[in-house]
Write a protein of this length. Structure first.
Length: 203
Protein backbone atom coordinates (compact mmCIF):
# COMPACT_ATOMS: atom_id res chain seq x y z
CA UNK A 1 0.00 0.00 0.00
CA UNK A 2 0.95 3.62 -0.41
CA UNK A 3 0.59 5.30 2.98
CA UNK A 4 0.79 9.04 3.63
CA UNK A 5 2.15 9.47 7.17
CA UNK A 6 2.03 12.87 8.85
CA UNK A 7 4.65 13.27 11.57
CA UNK A 8 6.84 10.42 10.34
CA UNK A 9 9.96 11.60 12.18
CA UNK A 10 8.46 11.84 15.65
CA UNK A 11 8.60 9.30 18.47
CA UNK A 12 5.44 7.52 17.30
CA UNK A 13 5.77 8.36 13.62
CA UNK A 14 9.27 6.96 13.20
CA UNK A 15 8.16 3.62 14.70
CA UNK A 16 5.07 3.58 12.48
CA UNK A 17 7.18 4.34 9.42
CA UNK A 18 9.75 1.61 10.20
CA UNK A 19 7.03 -0.95 10.91
CA UNK A 20 5.03 -0.17 7.77
CA UNK A 21 8.16 -0.21 5.58
CA UNK A 22 9.17 -3.50 7.19
CA UNK A 23 5.81 -4.91 6.05
CA UNK A 24 6.46 -3.85 2.46
CA UNK A 25 4.39 -0.68 2.30
CA UNK A 26 5.46 2.53 0.59
CA UNK A 27 5.44 5.31 3.19
CA UNK A 28 5.37 8.97 2.14
CA UNK A 29 6.32 11.07 5.14
CA UNK A 30 5.17 14.65 5.67
CA UNK A 31 5.56 17.24 8.39
CA UNK A 32 6.22 20.95 8.85
CA UNK A 33 9.98 20.63 8.40
CA UNK A 34 9.94 17.90 5.76
CA UNK A 35 11.89 19.18 2.73
CA UNK A 36 9.98 17.07 0.17
CA UNK A 37 6.47 17.06 1.63
CA UNK A 38 6.02 20.05 3.95
CA UNK A 39 2.64 20.28 5.64
CA UNK A 40 1.25 22.06 8.66
CA UNK A 41 -2.03 20.42 9.59
CA UNK A 42 -3.19 23.71 11.13
CA UNK A 43 -3.10 25.20 7.61
CA UNK A 44 -5.83 23.77 5.35
CA UNK A 45 -4.16 25.09 2.18
CA UNK A 46 -0.95 23.24 2.98
CA UNK A 47 -2.96 20.02 3.49
CA UNK A 48 -4.56 20.51 0.09
CA UNK A 49 -1.17 21.14 -1.54
CA UNK A 50 0.19 17.97 0.08
CA UNK A 51 -2.62 15.80 -1.30
CA UNK A 52 -2.30 17.35 -4.77
CA UNK A 53 1.42 16.64 -4.68
CA UNK A 54 1.20 13.06 -3.36
CA UNK A 55 -1.95 12.05 -5.25
CA UNK A 56 -3.98 8.91 -4.62
CA UNK A 57 -3.07 6.84 -1.55
CA UNK A 58 -4.36 3.69 0.13
CA UNK A 59 -4.10 5.13 3.62
CA UNK A 60 -3.55 8.37 5.51
CA UNK A 61 -2.07 8.11 8.99
CA UNK A 62 -1.31 10.90 11.43
CA UNK A 63 1.22 10.82 14.25
CA UNK A 64 1.44 14.57 14.80
CA UNK A 65 -0.60 17.16 16.61
CA UNK A 66 0.61 19.50 19.31
CA UNK A 67 -1.20 20.39 22.55
CA UNK A 68 -0.34 22.77 25.37
CA UNK A 69 0.06 21.67 29.00
CA UNK A 70 -0.71 23.78 32.08
CA UNK A 71 -3.21 24.25 34.85
CA UNK A 72 -6.67 25.57 34.07
CA UNK A 73 -5.70 28.97 35.43
CA UNK A 74 -2.37 29.15 33.60
CA UNK A 75 -3.62 28.09 30.17
CA UNK A 76 -5.04 30.96 28.14
CA UNK A 77 -7.99 30.92 25.76
CA UNK A 78 -5.37 31.01 23.00
CA UNK A 79 -3.68 27.91 24.43
CA UNK A 80 -6.94 25.95 24.31
CA UNK A 81 -7.67 27.32 20.87
CA UNK A 82 -4.26 26.31 19.51
CA UNK A 83 -4.42 22.85 21.12
CA UNK A 84 -7.83 22.09 19.66
CA UNK A 85 -6.87 23.79 16.40
CA UNK A 86 -3.74 21.68 15.98
CA UNK A 87 -4.47 18.16 17.21
CA UNK A 88 -8.25 18.10 16.74
CA UNK A 89 -9.16 20.44 13.87
CA UNK A 90 -5.87 19.70 12.09
CA UNK A 91 -6.62 15.99 11.96
CA UNK A 92 -10.27 16.59 11.07
CA UNK A 93 -9.18 18.75 8.14
CA UNK A 94 -6.72 16.04 7.10
CA UNK A 95 -9.66 13.66 6.79
CA UNK A 96 -11.94 16.16 5.06
CA UNK A 97 -9.32 17.03 2.43
CA UNK A 98 -8.17 13.43 2.12
CA UNK A 99 -11.56 11.97 1.22
CA UNK A 100 -10.91 12.67 -2.47
CA UNK A 101 -7.50 11.02 -2.43
CA UNK A 102 -7.94 7.78 -0.47
CA UNK A 103 -8.97 4.94 -2.73
CA UNK A 104 -10.90 1.67 -2.40
CA UNK A 105 -11.52 0.55 1.18
CA UNK A 106 -8.61 2.75 2.25
CA UNK A 107 -8.26 4.16 5.72
CA UNK A 108 -7.56 7.12 7.92
CA UNK A 109 -5.74 6.52 11.20
CA UNK A 110 -5.64 9.41 13.66
CA UNK A 111 -3.79 9.86 16.94
CA UNK A 112 -5.43 10.65 20.29
CA UNK A 113 -4.12 9.54 23.70
CA UNK A 114 -4.87 8.21 27.16
CA UNK A 115 -5.61 11.69 28.52
CA UNK A 116 -9.09 11.64 26.96
CA UNK A 117 -9.89 8.67 29.21
CA UNK A 118 -7.60 9.06 32.23
CA UNK A 119 -6.64 12.73 32.50
CA UNK A 120 -3.89 14.06 34.73
CA UNK A 121 -3.34 17.52 36.19
CA UNK A 122 -2.20 20.11 33.59
CA UNK A 123 -3.65 18.05 30.71
CA UNK A 124 -7.11 19.57 30.21
CA UNK A 125 -6.31 20.95 26.75
CA UNK A 126 -4.84 17.62 25.65
CA UNK A 127 -7.84 15.77 27.07
CA UNK A 128 -10.25 18.06 25.21
CA UNK A 129 -8.38 17.65 21.92
CA UNK A 130 -8.14 13.86 22.28
CA UNK A 131 -11.81 13.57 23.17
CA UNK A 132 -12.76 15.66 20.15
CA UNK A 133 -10.73 13.43 17.83
CA UNK A 134 -12.27 10.26 19.26
CA UNK A 135 -15.82 11.60 18.92
CA UNK A 136 -15.05 12.71 15.37
CA UNK A 137 -13.73 9.26 14.44
CA UNK A 138 -16.88 7.53 15.71
CA UNK A 139 -19.10 9.98 13.82
CA UNK A 140 -17.08 10.08 10.60
CA UNK A 141 -17.03 6.27 10.45
CA UNK A 142 -20.77 6.44 9.74
CA UNK A 143 -20.22 8.57 6.65
CA UNK A 144 -16.95 7.53 5.02
CA UNK A 145 -17.64 3.94 3.84
CA UNK A 146 -16.29 2.29 1.81
CA UNK A 147 -13.36 4.17 3.36
CA UNK A 148 -12.51 3.45 7.00
CA UNK A 149 -11.39 5.59 9.93
CA UNK A 150 -9.86 4.65 13.30
CA UNK A 151 -7.85 6.28 16.08
CA UNK A 152 -4.89 5.09 18.12
CA UNK A 153 -4.93 6.11 21.78
CA UNK A 154 -1.66 5.25 23.52
CA UNK A 155 -0.74 5.77 27.12
CA UNK A 156 2.69 7.29 27.85
CA UNK A 157 5.30 5.82 25.53
CA UNK A 158 8.34 4.11 27.02
CA UNK A 159 10.40 6.33 24.72
CA UNK A 160 8.84 9.45 26.31
CA UNK A 161 9.27 8.52 29.99
CA UNK A 162 12.32 10.76 30.36
CA UNK A 163 10.41 13.80 29.10
CA UNK A 164 6.90 13.23 30.47
CA UNK A 165 7.12 10.38 32.99
CA UNK A 166 6.74 12.78 35.93
CA UNK A 167 3.18 13.50 34.79
CA UNK A 168 2.18 9.83 34.91
CA UNK A 169 3.13 8.33 38.29
CA UNK A 170 2.54 4.59 38.43
CA UNK A 171 1.65 4.33 34.77
CA UNK A 172 2.96 1.35 32.81
CA UNK A 173 4.29 2.79 29.53
CA UNK A 174 3.66 1.29 26.10
CA UNK A 175 6.41 0.78 23.53
CA UNK A 176 6.39 2.70 20.24
CA UNK A 177 6.50 -0.68 18.50
CA UNK A 178 3.18 -1.69 20.08
CA UNK A 179 1.67 1.65 19.11
CA UNK A 180 2.91 1.10 15.55
CA UNK A 181 1.16 -2.27 15.49
CA UNK A 182 -2.15 -0.53 16.20
CA UNK A 183 -1.58 1.58 13.08
CA UNK A 184 -0.93 -1.65 11.15
CA UNK A 185 -4.20 -3.09 12.45
CA UNK A 186 -6.06 -0.01 11.31
CA UNK A 187 -4.38 0.18 7.89
CA UNK A 188 -4.24 -3.50 6.93
CA UNK A 189 -7.38 -4.65 8.72
CA UNK A 190 -11.06 -4.14 7.98
CA UNK A 191 -12.21 -2.32 11.12
CA UNK A 192 -13.69 1.17 11.22
CA UNK A 193 -14.84 3.53 13.96
CA UNK A 194 -12.40 1.94 16.39
CA UNK A 195 -10.40 3.64 19.12
CA UNK A 196 -7.41 1.36 19.75
CA UNK A 197 -6.69 2.02 23.43
CA UNK A 198 -3.16 1.04 24.40
CA UNK A 199 -3.68 1.09 28.16
CA UNK A 200 -5.86 -0.65 30.69
CA UNK A 201 -7.83 0.47 33.68
CA UNK A 202 -4.86 0.24 35.99
CA UNK A 203 -2.25 1.84 33.78
N1 LIG B 1 4.83 10.38 23.14
C1 LIG B 1 3.86 9.94 23.96
O1 LIG B 1 4.12 9.41 25.07
C2 LIG B 1 2.44 10.05 23.52
C3 LIG B 1 1.45 9.32 24.23
C4 LIG B 1 0.12 9.43 23.83
C5 LIG B 1 -0.23 10.26 22.76
N2 LIG B 1 0.76 10.96 22.11
C6 LIG B 1 0.36 11.83 21.00
O2 LIG B 1 0.96 11.36 19.82
C7 LIG B 1 1.23 12.45 18.95
C8 LIG B 1 2.69 12.37 18.52
O3 LIG B 1 3.48 12.33 19.69
P1 LIG B 1 5.07 12.13 19.60
O4 LIG B 1 5.55 12.00 21.00
O5 LIG B 1 5.42 11.13 18.59
O6 LIG B 1 5.46 13.60 19.07
P2 LIG B 1 6.85 14.11 18.46
O7 LIG B 1 7.95 13.17 18.73
O8 LIG B 1 6.97 15.55 18.89
O9 LIG B 1 6.58 14.09 16.87
C9 LIG B 1 5.56 14.85 16.29
C10 LIG B 1 5.70 14.75 14.77
O10 LIG B 1 4.62 15.46 14.17
C11 LIG B 1 5.10 16.52 13.33
N3 LIG B 1 4.18 17.65 13.54
C12 LIG B 1 3.94 18.31 14.70
N4 LIG B 1 3.03 19.28 14.52
C13 LIG B 1 2.68 19.22 13.21
C14 LIG B 1 1.79 19.97 12.40
N5 LIG B 1 1.07 21.01 12.89
N6 LIG B 1 1.66 19.66 11.10
C15 LIG B 1 2.38 18.64 10.56
N7 LIG B 1 3.25 17.88 11.28
C16 LIG B 1 3.40 18.17 12.59
C17 LIG B 1 6.53 16.76 13.78
O11 LIG B 1 7.42 17.15 12.74
P3 LIG B 1 7.66 18.72 12.35
O12 LIG B 1 8.23 19.39 13.55
O13 LIG B 1 8.60 18.63 11.15
O14 LIG B 1 6.32 19.24 11.96
C18 LIG B 1 6.95 15.36 14.22
O15 LIG B 1 7.37 14.58 13.09
C19 LIG B 1 0.88 13.73 19.72
O16 LIG B 1 -0.38 14.18 19.33
C20 LIG B 1 0.84 13.25 21.17
O17 LIG B 1 -0.05 14.00 21.95
C21 LIG B 1 2.06 10.86 22.45
Amino acid sequence: MKVLLIGDKGTIGSAVKATLRGRGHEVVGASRKDPSHPVDITDADSIERLFQDVGAVDAVACAGGHVKYGTLSSLSYGDYRSSLGDKALGQIELVRRGLQYVTGRGSFTLITGVLATYPVVTASAAAAANGAVEAFVRAAALEVPPLRINAVSPTLLAESVGKAGHMFPGVEPVTAKRVANAYVRSIEGAETGMIYRLFDGTS
